[in-house]
Design a protein around this ligand. Structure first.
Ligand code: HEC
Ligand code: HEC
Ligand code: HEC
Ligand code: HEC
Ligand code: HEC
Ligand code: HEC
Ligand code: HEC
Length: 260
């Protein structure tokens, strides 16, 4: 039996998880103190310059990243330490010449992200959510933290958000003959991809979802209009997207008012 610890992937992930939350390390970004970054037993910080020697691709894009501003240490010899904020201290990984199991890969374990974004764990626990907590999906399916605002694709544009979602949700991709112009605002105009108490991760479960953009007006005789039509009796039937109403809410191949 060897007394040497062996760094397997699971000892790292679980060993690290047990330490998170137990240790409070000063981790500062623009005057904001956060919970501890992930820990790797026996490893020390080495700084971004070391990572850059072997991981040019991630490093080259990182200057624009929000997370590039996260600092774990103020030691001027190390320089920036933002890579290790998510991947854990890198000395063992570097010493091993970069073998797997010596560094954390958040694609396999979203706990890394929760160590700073604790609120997101609660959102993903809501009854309607993507399956991140059970490991079937990961934050990395929608986020690329190595660049910009971390939404996948480059930059911060809504096109990138839509592309991220429709890579998996091809039915919502179109191109439709009659597209609902709400789609120009992105999927998050109606859904919270982190989770919601409402079915289909909707931001609201009733007509209020639609009325945020489609003003409801009341004329002198009390008629309720939405989209220029009299919806007085229709709205009593329930939500706007029930069968027989606006069923093709993302876009339609045959109905301009998005009904079938
Ligand atoms: C000496 C070169 C070298 C240095 C320095 C290095 N890495 Fe690596 N790294 C590698 C190699 C090689 C792999 C791929 C291992 C494999 O595929 O088996 C790797 C893999 C990884 C992985 C993926 C691990 C997995 O389980 O999928 C991450 C994350 C990573 N490195 C982050 C870092 C960070 C952060 C730093 C700086 C602290 C760093 N690396 C420094 C060579 C290096
Ligand atoms: C905010 C968290 C975060 C920071 C900061 C971060 N990474 Fe990552 N890293 C991730 C996630 C999530 C993944 C898995 C998804 C992906 O590959 O984009 C990953 C994956 C990797 C991989 C493995 C790629 C592969 O193809 O398997 C390497 C190598 C890596 N990061 C290096 C770096 C380096 C170098 C830095 C610093 C410049 C850095 N990371 C900063 C979150 C982060
Ligand atoms: C299904 C796709 C998806 C998954 C999975 C996902 N996100 Fe997001 N996330 C988004 C989108 C889209 C936005 C932009 C939301 C907006 O602009 O309103 C976002 C925004 C954010 C933001 C910034 C705004 C805010 O709400 O604070 C943070 C932080 C964040 N996500 C963290 C996470 C973490 C941590 C995980 C994993 C536990 C995760 N996300 C998983 C799609 C996703
Ligand atoms: C060491 C702490 C730390 C870790 C670990 C971390 N983040 Fe962050 N993240 C931050 C800080 C600080 C911000 C800046 C916004 C803020 O103040 O909340 C941020 C911002 C974000 C944003 C919004 C970016 C923007 O420009 O609006 C997203 C998305 C995000 N994080 C996703 C992730 C994901 C996914 C992971 C795991 C791979 C992760 N973060 C891990 C500290 C962290
Ligand atoms: C990596 C693939 C993937 C990506 C990217 C993705 N999703 Fe999903 N999404 C899924 C899977 C798988 C399910 C089914 C989850 C389940 O059954 O628990 C789902 C479910 C949903 C549902 C609920 C459907 C239902 O039947 O309840 C909505 C709404 C949704 N996603 C919206 C989004 C949005 C918005 C984005 C982009 C911000 C996004 N998704 C990105 C894979 C993905
Ligand atoms: C105008 C609001 C709105 C926008 C914008 C929107 N959705 Fe939806 N989405 C809905 C409503 C309402 C439902 C519920 C429809 C139903 O139950 O038939 C829904 C349902 C879904 C479902 C579940 C479909 C099913 O068959 O169960 C998915 C997946 C989905 N949306 C993905 C997306 C994606 C991806 C985007 C962006 C490309 C998007 N949505 C943009 C309102 C919207
Ligand atoms: C983010 C804003 C937004 C939201 C939320 C929204 N819409 Fe729209 N909708 C628009 C815009 C913009 C148009 C096109 C301009 C117009 O005709 O007012 C439009 C057009 C429509 C049309 C008319 C299509 C046509 O050309 O005849 C219908 C029907 C419609 N929306 C139904 C809904 C329903 C139902 C919901 C709720 C599930 C909803 N909308 C939510 C922005 C939105």
């Amino acid at each position: 039996m060897s007394p040497q610890p062996r760094w397997t992937k699971s000892t790292l992930i679980f060993g690290g998880a047990a330490l998170w939350g137990a240790v409070l390390v000063g981790c500062v970004m623009v005057n904001r103190t956060m919970l501890a970054p992930p820990a790797i037993p026996g490893a020390a910080l080495v700084g971004n310059k070391q990572c850059a020697e072997c991981h040019e691709e991630q490093t080259a894009r990182a200057s624009s990243a929000t997370h590039a501003k996260v600092a774990l240490a103020q030691d001027p010899k190390l320089g920036p330490t933002s890579c290790e904020a998510c991947h854990g201290p890198g000395s063992l990984h570097v010493k091993a010449g970069g073998s797997k199991g010596t560094i954390i890969n958040p694609q396999k374990n979203s706990e890394t992200c929760f160590s700073c974004h604790l609120d997101k764990r609660g959102t993903f626990m809501l009854s309607n959510s993507h399956q991140v907590l059970n490991g079937k999906m990961s934050c990395g399916d929608c986020h690329d933290p190595h660049e910009g605002n971390a939404l996948k694709g480059s930059g911060a544009s809504i096109e990138n958000e839509i592309e991220t979602c429709t890579k998996c949700h091809t039915a919502q991709k179109g191109p439709f003959v009659f597209v609902h112009n709400a789609m120009k605002e992105g999927c998050t105009a109606c859904h919270n991809p982190h989770g919601s108490v409402n079915a289909k991760m909707l931001l609201a479960r009733d007509a209020n979802l639609c009325l945020r953009c489609h003003l409801q007006t009341t004329s002198t005789n009390g008629t309720i209009f939405a989209g220029g039509e009299d919806h007085r009796t229709r709205l009593q039937g329930g939500t706007c997207w029930i069968a027989g109403c606006h069923e093709t809410i993302h876009g339609s191949y045959s109905s301009k008012p998005l009904r079938y």
